[in-house]
Write a new protein. Sequence first.
Length: 468
Amino acid sequence: MKRALLLALAGAMAMVITLTATPTPPTPAPEPQAAKAPAAESKEARDKRMAWWRDARLGMFIHWGLYAVPAGDYQGKRAKDIGEWIMSWANIPRAEYEKFATQFNPVKFDAAQWVRIAKDAGMKYIVITSKHHDGFAMFNSTVSDYDIVDRTPYKKDVLKALSDEAKKQGLRFCVYYSIMDWHHPSQYVDAAGKDPTAGNSPNKMKPDQKAAYVTYMKAQLKEIITQYDPGVLWFDGEWNDWWTEADGQDLYAYVRGLKPDIIINNRVGKGRKGMEGLSKTDQVYAGDFGTPEQQIPANGLPGVDWESCMTMNDTWGFKSYDNNWKSSQTLIRNIVDIASKGGNYLLNVGPTAEGEIPAPSVERLAAIGKWMKTNSEAIYGTHASPFATQLAFGRATTKTGKLYLHVFNWPSDGKLQVPAIKGTVAKAYLLADRSKPLTVASAADGLTITVPATAPDADASVIALDLK
Ligand code: JFZ
């Protein structure tokens, strides 16, 4: 009786406090108020903000999280599905999945080495999973203890180490963040034969908990931006029906409010056209660039910023038995193909739970680096091919006063036929052998360049034309 009365009194007092408290919060609200519509930014301001990213052309994606512990194996179950989705495809309840944290101890992790591997491959930025669909934070979060510092024997903040190293070695540090969260109590699984706390896509949102979840995401994003200063916020997991374009616009404005010159992908809202990844054009959608996944657009897209993300094998997160590696030739030609269409290439690695980038990935990155060392001037800061149709011999990129011909199919007769170009050629030479000028014959229907009998590079030989 006495206790009930006390509780009632306390309740009444709280009511009074609520009713009489001034509406002004003690500290200024941290969130920006007005949603800044993307259209409000001038073209000049946008070009300035996007400049480093457009010049970069090549970045490293890193999918690293607790899923590296099972590495594609759960209680004898293996699947064709991607490694970072194991919580979903192996139907692992939250309480079971959480236990992987106790086994996550990447003692071989070396931030300086990872950044060096990316840099030597010619990559200009790194995008790492700060939180994937499994909800586990790979950084030190104070709004959640489901993070690497609080839950693993390793106890160290790998995002901090990587962001410091990237800065030191001159690469832009960027983060991936999943909107869908299989661990957060606001979300659950409603699918036949599945544990309600396992992962699933689509997943469900408890309507009365959505606001709290958005607050949670914003708090984590604020931690990420203040602690690691990312150049890009790469959202994902936006496709559930409980996430709307209005939510995307609000989150976009919030993140830009925290760091005005940050770049945000189009998976923050609902503009993305499936795996094709580019944004729909029926209205203005949130996000600065399109995100084709595992594919390259057939043609260049004038005036559109986009980035193709791709795996080197078939998984993003590490799987011990995925050996379906693309050849380094395919990867090099993808870099060229994408640059020739005006896009960026975000190429993935999935490190192990011990903290190592798999050897087949390191080997391919070294081959890319070797090619970039000779040919990167035909990639960085270039624009899409000026030719109306795709070239029979390969691809082209351009920048002021320069045209680069990337030859995949070397002419057997030593004569490279090039369609007519604007401007005249002052000088032609191989990037692999700059000191030897190549003979160019100009005619109304195009150029004939006399080239050595054998290709200097079996993957892609680049001929530079200085134009006047
Ligand atoms: C998403 C993630 O689910 C995946 O784990 C990885 O991080 C990748 C980069 O992004 O993959 C998707 C996203 C959307 C679709 C398919 C895969 N989709 O809409 O079909």
